[in-house]
Design a binder for this molecule. Structure first.
Ligand code: EPU
Length: 423
């Protein structure tokens, strides 16, 4: 089989308007949450990306009918007794692990494969399991599968923090289980990400009782049953951040439409300090303009509302063009640095030491053949390719397609020279 790659010819200055898609990381747990409903649900603004397609496949394996007409999905209530999420699917996408909470809460049992390894580092699921067992579930792990069962979950006060702070999908899993539990659950040190708020809003529309989503304390009072609901997925803040950085690295001028500026606080703040200019408009659009001279900036990735780990790689690509030294600290996934050697292949001067990367700018980037390792690292390589002189071949683009909707087409519309080839 011939492997697909993107070829990017730089340098270019991006200019024009781009529409931001719905958030992948919101769509995934919300799709899992439809398992809780006894009636059909309709979702709008769902991005057509590989991970969402994988989640749809998993729902179908579980006996759910999904009518797909992107960006609209109609999801019907689950039929049959199947509560098995197989390794073949879960291993390809960790997000699918969040069917565990809903399956357990509604069908009293679940068998979900452990997600397994991940290139961005060790990603355990201990917090998910701790939360669910505190709700009273019997949990055992055997031969790579989590077996969970409970006649009726019992609400409880649960502390859900770990070594690296809160966990987004563990919060989602426990919240989705607690909505059908008996009595009150308080999740302490809950993740505050907008995707958790979006999930909570969807659950509330289904009839759940949830307060405090978006803060570290979420209070849930269990109900007996959840009904169908209609919901529009929030805009993808990571896609938006990636285009903002694209404007910075190409010294371009881009208007982003369909964004939620309120979700981009840390990103806009950091990039203003780097030297980018922003204008926000009443219709929800955001104009961002780069400039020739970029200032270096130190960042540390943190849970929301801090600077997102999902933009660390793209920010690093940008800092190769800044006038000085930047220190980038990865506090969520200390091993998420697979893009460092690839950026260095293009001429960057980046040294990594444990969870720190020191970027010495400015360096003239030159096109090279580079290997994408994960979704966000691939985006960083494409961005670097836009700024680099000559031709950059980005291999393993299937990573990109997991989470960016029509990236190639969107960049082309902004003036990028990017196309697909088979190698
Ligand atoms: N962690 C534990 N135990 C757990 C769960 C997490 O120690 O049981 C640790 C992780 O190893 C990490 C930290 O807690 O150090 C935070 O991880 P989190 O659980 O929040 O990550 P996640 O929920 O598995 C989601 C996104 C990721 C994003 C992270 C952090 C989805 C589908 N995935 O993952 O998105 O990087 O939150 O914001 O929502 C991506 O889109 O490229 C991506 C990787």
């Amino acid at each position: 089989m011939r492997i697909r790659k993107y070829v990017v010819e730089g340098p270019v200055r991006l200019k024009g308007e781009v529409k931001i898609s719905g958030a992948k990381n919101s769509a995934l747990p919300i799709l899992a949450a439809t398992l809780l409903s006894t009636q059909p649900c309709t979702l709008y603004n769902v991005p057509k990306v590989r991970d969402v397609e994988t989640m749809i496949r998993l729902l179908e394996v579980l006996g759910v009918r999904v009518d797909v007409d992107f960006p609209v999905l109609r999801v019907y209530p689950k039929k049959g007794r199947r509560v098995l999420a197989p390794y073949s699917i879960v291993k390809t996408m960790r997000g699918s692990f969040c069917v565990l909470g809903p399956l357990l809460a509604r069908f009293k049992r679940a068998k979900v494969s452990l997600p397994g390894g991940c290139v961005i580092g060790v990603r355990p699921v201990d917090l998910h399991l701790k939360g669910l067992s505190e709700l009273g579930a019997q949990i055992r792990v055997e031969k790579g599968y989590v077996y969970a069962s409970a006649d009726r979950l019992q609400g409880k006060k649960i502390y859900l923090g770990g070594m690296f702070g809160s966990s987004v999908l563990a919060t989602a899993n426990v919240m989705m289980a607690a909505v059908l539990a008996e009595g009150e659950t308080i999740i302490e040190n809950a993740a505050c990400e907008p995707e958790i708020v979006d999930l909570a809003e969807f659950l509330v529309k289904m009839g759940a009782k949830i307060e405090g989503a978006g803060t570290p304390w979420i209070r849930i009072v269990g109900v007996k049953e959840l009904a169908g609901a209609e919901h529009r997925i929030i805009p993808d803040r990571i896609e938006a951040g990636s285009f903002i950085i694209a404007a910075g690295i190409t010294r371009g001028d881009i208007k982003l439409t369909g964004v939620e500026i309120g979700h981009l606080g840390a990103v806009v703040d950091v990039l203003k300090r780097v030297g980018l200019s922003f204008w926000s408009y009443k219709d929800g659009s955001l104009r961002v303009k780069g400039q020739k001279r970029l200032r270096p900036e130190n960042i540390a990735t943190l849970p929301y509302p801090g600077f997102p780990t999902d933009l660390q790689a793209q920010f690093m690509a940008l800092m190769t063009q800044s006038d000085g030294t930047s220190v980038i600290t990865e506090r969520i996934y200390p091993d998420r640095f697979m893009h460092v050697p690839e950026l260095n292949r293009m001429g960057a001067n980046i040294k990594r030491e444990g969870p720190y990367a020191v970027v010495q700018g400015p360096t003239e980037l030159k096109g090279a053949e580079v290997m994408a390792s994960d979704l966000r690292a691939s985006a960083a390589l494409v961005l670097a390719g836009l700024a680099a002189k000559g031709r950059t071949d980005v291999w393993r683009i299937y990573h990109l397609e997991r989470g960016y909707e029509n990236l190639k087409e969107k960049l082309k519309k902004l003036g990028a020279k990017i196309w697909e080839e088979k190698g």
